[in-house]
Design a protein around this ligand. Structure first.
Ligand code: PLP
Length: 393
């Protein structure tokens, strides 16, 4: 009998994708007891009750069918009104907004629509784990823009310009950033927008943390002069409204691009779950006070976390947004994987090694402060004990 090699049945592009550095680490956590997890990028709040109630009510009323491929028109109208109210840019809810299964699906669609084989995508690094795989799966080539603590994990227009080749098609941005919490100011984004226009780049802007900005005001790439059609704006409900499990997000942009994304979405997803869309509509209509309350809480925790690391002698850049801190741990003499693994084994605290987000993350760990104050204080008690054991040089 000839042995069949089943893995050879898998498309090599998929076979060769590296496993997510986050998942690999969490397999370890799953086997342990009493772990305090500051690892996952997920609000510790349950979705506000009025949003859950809107979903229950929609089920009672019998809303259990497919919606339009684009998503409920009323939700697209609410998204358009929200974006216009926040950033003063207008999108036509009929053909410039697509409701997706989270920003995750929107990112995949954007890459599949924009890229031809071999096209290059500029991606700031460290960055969210899905960007490079989405690029590769769409036939593109990720080209990383390294960032570091010395420049606040921000990219510059000069850096972007220096990496452009005739194959560069897309610039991917995510500010506030996961994993560093970095934000970009309007002046720098204006310069980057000029580079994008001069080199005819499309910008895919993942703004999932836009409402979680604690310092200054978030600038939306699409709101800059001449950038609305050149930008595919991605956003969603997971972080701002504590709705990670509902799986609802959206893409906004030029009708040709959003229409092409909808073409794929109609065959692969058909539509986002109607109950999730109903809940998202309630979030946009009445969810602002609850959202503000959560953001204030994150901000309070952010200050505690940054101070706690500095008290341990670990340099920690002050994150301007999202709910992550990215302290430098190399002074302990451990690399980021050793730090995360030993901390987990010795003190049962889980966080993510920085290199899971790219090579510039070596020497750092990502700590999510979307955790209760009790968990945070206990985790920091354990972490200080751990760091004292190694010392900081
Ligand atoms: N983009 C970033 C930067 C994220 O951090 C995450 C989740 O952690 C996502 C997208 C996924 O968002 P969604 O839940 O809307 O798919």
């Amino acid at each position: 009998m000839t042995q069949i090699n089943w893995s050879e049945k898998v498309n090599p592009v998929v076979r060769n994708l590296p496993p997510s550095g986050i998942r690999r680490f969490f397999d370890l956590v799953a086997e342990m007891k009493g772990v305090i997890s500051l690892g996952v990028g997920e609000p510790d709040f349950v979705t506000p009750w009025h949003i859950r109630e809107a979903c229950i009510y929609s089920l009672e009323k019998g809303y259990t069918m497919y919606t339009s491929n684009w998503g409920l028109l009323e939700l697209r109208e609410a998204v358009a009104a929200d974006v216009e109210g926040t950033y003063n840019i207008k999108y036509n809810p009929r053909d410039e907004i697509l409701i997706t299964v989270g920003v995750s699906e929107a990112m995949d669609l954007a890459m599949r629509v924009l890229l031809e084989p071999g096209d290059e995508v500029l991606i700031p690094e460290p960055s969210y784990v899905s960007y490079a795989p989405c690029t590769t799966l769409a036939g593109g080539v990720p080209v990383f823009i390294p960032t570091g603590m010395e420049n606040g994990f921000r990219i510059s227009a000069e850096q972007v310009q220096s990496l452009i080749t005739p194959r560069t098609k897309v610039l991917l941005l995510c500010y506030p950033n996961n994993p560093t919490g970095a934000i970009m100011d309007r002046e720098e984004l204006l310069k980057i927008a000029e580079v994008a226009k001069q080199n005819d780049l499309m910008v895919v802007s993942d703004e999932i943390y836009d409402r979680l900005t604690y310092v200054g005001q978030h600038t939306c790439m699409a709101s800059l002069p001449g950038m609305q059609d050149r930008t595919v704006l991605l956003n969603g409900f997971s972080k701002a409204y504590a709705m990670t499990g509902w799986r609802v997000g959206y893409a906004a942009g030029h009708p040709d691009i959003i229409g092409a994304m909808t073409k794929i979405h109609q065959y692969t997803m058909l539509c986002t779950s109607i109950t999730a869309q109903m809940a998202a509509m309630e979030a946009l209509k009445n969810g602002q006070p609850a959202m503000r309350h959560m953001v204030e809480n994150y901000n309070r925790r952010r200050n505690l976390v940054v101070q706690a690391f500095r008290d341990m002698g670990l340099p920690c850049y002050e994150p301007g947004g999202a709910f992550y801190a990215f302290p430098q741990i190399s002074g302990t003499g451990l690399n980021c994987e050793e730090f995360a693994e030993e901390l987990l084994k010795q003190e049962q605290v889980a966080l993510v090694p920085g290199n899971a987000f790219g090579p510039s993350g070596e020497g750092f760990v990502r700590v999510s402060y979307a955790a209760s104050l009790d968990d945070l204080s206990e985790a920091f008690r354990r972490m200080s004990r751990f760091v004292r054991r190694y010392g900081v040089r």
